[in-house]
Design a protein around this ligand. Sequence first.
Ligand code: ADP
Ligand code: ZN
Length: 529
Amino acid sequence: RAAALSSSQAAALDVLHRVWGYDDFRGEQAAIIDQVVGGGDALVLMPTGGGKSLCYQVPALVRDGIGVVVSPLIALMQDQVDALAANGVKAAFLNSTQGPDERARVERAIVSGEVDMLYLAPERLRLESTRSLLDRARLALFAIDEAHCVAQWGHDFRPDYLELSVLHERWPTVPRIALTATATPQTHREISGRLGLDDAAHFVADFDRPNIQYRIEPKTGALQQLLTFIKTEHRGDAGIVYCLSRNSVERTAAALADQGIPALPYHAGLDAKVRERNQSRFLREDGIVMVATIAFGMGIDKPDVRFVAHLDLPKSVEGYYQETGRAGRDGLPSTAWLAYGLNDVVQQRRMIDQSEGDAAHRRQLSAHLDAMLSLCETIECRRVRLLAYFGQESTPCGNCDTCIAPPEPWDGTVPAQKFLSTVVRLERERGQRYGVAHLVDILVGKQSPRVQELRHDSLATFGIGSDLGEGEWRAVARQLLAQGYAAVSGDGFGTVVLSPTSAEVLGGRTRVLMRRDPVKASRASRSRR
Ligand code: ADP
Ligand code: ZN
């Protein structure tokens, strides 16, 4: 086999053995590295944990000069540089956290050729001083990490990334490699276009993470569900729990710690020292559960994260996939667990309505949310849906909740009509709008104080839904909102209003298929393990 290697391939393999002590390249690493070592451009779409770093680190060492890595993850640069230094690689970084002395020291090392790899925050490249510094150095390549940040349609746009087209104009002979773990066909096209990589070699890796079991359950009591999940399936394991707000991060971490689970909080509002300490404990100690906002995790390389749990609905499938992808980088069985409920839909629709930016921006946020909701409500294999979102075809996986305990589809047209009629009657007859809780009270015929006060027991739809329980009605409401047959008004109170497609349901022109959630999906999966 060795005889068939070109000299540059042999050099790459030698670096892999010598510097990292690994036996062989994985997946497409060898082909990608070959392309860049040969001076060609590359665009790499590879899932989290796929091994993107080596794709630019190895060529940076094989080629003469400095490998310049553009990364938005300033907080991680020190760690990345330390990790490389531990392997004997001369690495350095330039970002806003450094003082002038430190910066001058790094700049001298760059010019005198004592640096193999340089991490740069994208905003540094806007400075003419940085550009002329790079002019004076010998450059091996540019790596653009987290390249999806250039995509305005993506979920993580950073304006500084738009400036990265300067790389090719100013240094046309230095090869570029752009890498990302988010790869919808649309984002792919946008990265390629904006970074001028249409003529580069594109490498699209298999996005499946077969060792991750995907599970999405309806929220009943999120914290209790989380506790049960951790205690029965992941006691003693390292994991990440994502929450939407700093507040719920704090509360959840405290509640877990109270139950004897070693949980630490992480969010942007914490003191930098505390954040750093919690992050390094998570990385170095065994079995720590990090409770965090999505501020945590990008670039974190901990191979044995056994579960990623979401207590709130992610805003996009890309975000969900990236966050869950932090589980099981070592390839061992891991769980991606999400609890999702009616309030998530209401809250997120409201946040979109109130978000800054123009109508196009709100439409984009809505499209992201709709895709996430349809993943939650699907009765098909979660993995098939996820991969299809990334443009990849597959067959049912046998390792997700819907494969393990298939939810029963049912025709929810009649309940949907009852629900929407109630919304219509309240509006037409009384000029009033209400949230889901009150609508459900009316449907099941509950004489709540509010119902009595407002005389809603005299509505024609009062009690017409007594065949279903309150929980079932909440599920009906959730699915109507998720499927867009009802909407939440922008008033900030979660009031339910008709949507443009409500009339199709009310007029009997559309059947509404719903999922009846299996009661004990998690138990079914446990017995399989
Ligand atoms: P990504 O950036 O794509 O999320 P990383 O570059 O952090 O992934 O790699 C994930 C893990 O896999 C790291 O721990 C890395 O050291 C390891 N790894 C990558 N390539 C190889 C390889 N060829 N052999 C052994 N381990 C590898
Ligand atoms: Zn499946």
